[in-house]
Ligand binder design. Structure first.
Ligand code: ARG
Length: 460
């Protein structure tokens, strides 16, 4: 018999029950559901809405249910409508009439809104900490590579020299913004819907300040209609996670490139790569490809939530039950990706020589060659043209700017002197990029100090 059976003269159709039920996916919120119910029962007792003794018995019953669910002694009933109905029915089974008093001055509408906020608040804490660990892993790696020259790219064409540390720290900046977005999301969602009732509050003298405080919310939500029908926090979190995944996916794409034979900038540890069932030579970067693939579902989850909420009239509508699978999928997959990505980074081998060799090809010092002439007084546009002519000449003759004889330089302008070789050496090119935020070791060390401060890492 359903808890709402009074109004009905028939049992629910089996197929409809299965269709309607959410216990298969909302059971994971059982701890938060019980936490919310304990606080609600405490408040009901304190406000004299139910007897203190009843409140105490309910709390005791809920704690035992929690312990039994944790230990596996009690299993979820797949036929229950949802986790809220399951726990309330179990309480009544155990405590009789007293259990039936728990739902006084409450509706499943404010209950589910509460549970989801509590659940996601914990998930955000976990994702925040994983993202911090990722940043720290990148910082440790960057500290070892402030002198590791690699080509910087635009259009995936070798452009100007950077260092591996500089490249890694660009990702740290992205992930730091993700941390900020997680904080913002957590802050905005940290208001308590409990006490909104079904939609229009309640006639009982409840204390919403007390329940909000006991559940560590900043405040009760101001409007009961909004309290039960707001799912902005799911959308905001899915958006935050989509951006985080986008960063992970861009990084993954680079790692996939870097471990190709064409680049060979890094090599993944054997424990973090896979082989081919037919091609014995293969070592595939499956993890990063999966991350690049999984972003599709996280974007999909965001789209699901946005579309689900579009056009819903106030207040609660059953459509909103669809929120959970979407946001749980996003949260689960982001955690999985971070948990796998971090040790993969920690164990990968960096091939400095190949990075340097790639930087030595491709004329990534052509801008510096032009800048050399600018420093000797030539306008940049003229210098740019001469440098371009030299590059074309080198390509023609199979030389590089480093190996082109001085006479060839001087044919174009007498401003060239032997010091040009020093000016266009890779080391000079990197060291010279001292502008704030640039790749020179000095500028990168400054960046390292800044990110370490943001991450509360002690100075080494
Ligand atoms: N399982 C429901 C959900 O996830 C709980 C709220 C049900 N409320 C209702 N009035 N049917 O949204």
């Amino acid at each position: 018999m359903a808890l709402w059976a009074g109004r009905f003269s028939k049992e629910i159709d089996k197929g409809v029950n299965a269709f309607n039920s959410s216990i298969a996916f909302d059971a994971r919120m059982y701890r938060h559901d019980i936490q919310g119910s304990i606080v609600h029962a405490t408040m009901l007792g304190d406000c004299g809405i139910i007897a203190k003794a009843d409140s105490a018995q309910i709390i005791d019953g809920l704690q035992k249910i929690l312990a039994d669910l944790d230990s596996g002694k009690l299993v979820f009933d797949p036929n229950a409508e949802d986790i809220h109905m399951f726990i309330e029915a179990e309480l009544t089974k155990r405590c009789g009439d007293v259990g039936k008093r728990l739902h006084t001055a409450r509706s499943r509408n404010d209950q589910v809104a509460l549970d989801l906020r509590l659940y996601l608040r914990d998930e955000i804490t976990e994702i925040h900490s994983l993202t911090e660990t990722l940043c720290k892993t990148l910082v440790y790696l960057a500290e070892k590579h402030t002198e590791t020259v690699m080509p910087g790219y635009t259009h995936l064409q070798r452009a100007q020299p950077v260092t591996f540390a500089h490249h890694l720290l660009a990702y740290v900046q992205m992930f730091l913004r993700d941390l900020g977005r997680l904080d913002d999301t957590a802050k905005r969602m940290n208001v308590c819907p409990l006490g909104s009732g079904a939609l229009a509050g309640t006639t009982y003298p409840i204390d919403r300040e007390q329940t909000a405080a006991l559940l560590r919310f900043d405040a009760p939500m101001e409007n009961s209609l909004d309290g039960v029908s707001d799912r902005d926090y799911c959308i905001e979190l899915a958006n935050t996670l989509s951006i985080l995944m986008m960063h992970l996916s861009r990084f993954s794409e680079e790692i996939i490139l870097w471990c190709s034979w064409e680049f060979k900038f890094i090599e993944l540890d054997d424990a973090f790569a896979t082989g081919s069932s037919i091609m014995p030579q293969k070592k595939n970067p499956d993890i990063t490809e999966l991350i690049r693939g999984k972003i599709a579902r996280v974007y999909g989850d965001l789209q699901t939530l946005l579309t689900m909420m579009k056009g819903l009239p106030l207040a609660y509508n059953k459509d909103m039950q669809e929120d959970k699978e979407a946001i749980f999928d996003a949260v689960d997959n982001v955690k999985l990706c971070l948990e796998t990505f971090i040790p993969m980074l920690e164990t990968m081998r960096v091939n400095k020589e190949n990075m340097r060799a790639a930087a030595a090809k491709g004329f990534i010092n052509a801008t510096d060659c032009a800048d050399y002439l600018v420093k000797k007084g030539m306008p940049f546009r003229d210098a740019y043209k001469i440098s371009g002519t030299l590059v074309a000449q080198c390509i023609e003759s199979g030389l590089t700017l480093e190996t082109l004889p001085l006479e060839e330089y001087q044919k174009l302008t007498p401003l060239f002197d032997t010091d040009v070789y020093q000016a266009i050496s890779l080391e000079t090119c990197v060291r010279g990029r001292i502008s704030q935020g640039g790749p020179s070791p000095d500028a990168v060390n400054r960046q390292l100090r800044q990110v370490k401060q943001c991450l509360h890492m002690t100075e080494s």
